[in-house]
Write a protein that binds this ligand. Structure first.
Ligand code: NAP
Length: 229
């Protein structure tokens, strides 16, 4: 009998996270489908089948992350894949200096993945092949910052990419790999209806890194290829 593979996806009740969960389940993984609202997680698992487990996890609330990690530990002694997908975006400019929005975005898109990784790392280290996949954006690429717009979001994704490099480097001696992934411009609530890609494509690179033995830890990927910071 082959050993079960376990994954956890944040913000998996809709959008790209939901599609990543669906594709991981199609590839045979058992997936903790998490949402900050447990009812939304329960609703989401209805269409994902028996390999989907609903769980409450608000990445902006450390107690919620800790509780979720304890619940995961109650069901498995190891975790193979963590997808830090949950994210929010504001349409702001650096000159507006809305500190409230900057705090909210940094808490969700940057601190959230750090806290979630911290509490799940012990389980990831018990996998023979643990992976942390941070869903980032080309809007956080250093070269793209000069275009401006969506300033707090860009800052959060640039910082998230720095986290990928640092954690990847610190985990070099372990079996856990860390990646940043840009899903492309995807038709979701965040991406809007003018986006060019369906969620199936947006989920592809994250699922590829999660399930194949590909990619260099601490690097940034899009369309199954390494891209610049
Ligand atoms: P989306 O449709 O707006 O979905 C965002 C998800 O994040 C929702 O499930 C939302 O939950 C969840 N979320 C927000 N705050 C949370 C929190 N504190 N704790 C837990 N979950 C939380 O966005 P998406 O397009 O699928 O985006 C997914 C990821 O891809 C994000 O990190 C985004 O930055 C990245 N991305 C998207 C695009 C694009 O074109 N769509 C491009 C580049 C990168 P609720 O339902 O409760 O709000």
């Amino acid at each position: 009998m082959t050993k079960a593979r376990f994954a956890l996806v944040t913000g998996a009740n809709r959008g790209i996270g939901n599609e990543i969960a669906r594709q991981l389940i199609d590839k045979g993984l058992v997936v903790f489908v998490t949402s900050r609202d447990v009812d939304k997680a329960r609703e989401a698992v209805k269409s994902l089948g028996d390999s989907a487990i609903a769980l409450e996890l608000d990445v902006a609330n450390e107690t919620s992350v800790k509780n979720a990690a304890e619940k995961v530990s109650g069901q498995t002694s190891y975790l193979d894949v963590l997808v830090n997908n949950a994210g929010i975006m504001f349409e702001d400019r650096m000159l507006d200096f809305d500190i409230g929005n900057i705090n909210k975005v940094m808490q969700t898109n940057f601190v959230g993945p750090i806290v979630t990784s911290k509490y799940l790392l012990p389980l990831l280290k018990k996998s023979a092949n643990g992976k942390i996949i941070n869903i980032s954006s080309e809007m956080g690429e250093l070269a793209s910052l000069e275009y401006g717009g969506y300033a707090s979001y860009r800052l959060s994704k640039t910082a998230l990419n720095a986290f990928t490099i640092l954690l990847g480097s610190e985990l070099k001696a372990t079996s856990v790999k860390v990646f940043s992934v840009c899903p492309g411009w995807v038709k979701t609530e965040m991406g809007g209806s003018g986006a060019t890609l369906p969620v199936e494509k947006g989920a592809d690179t994250a699922v590829w890194l999660a399930t194949e033995n590909k990619g260099v830890s601490g690097r940034f990927y899009s369309e199954r290829k390494e891209i610049d910071w």
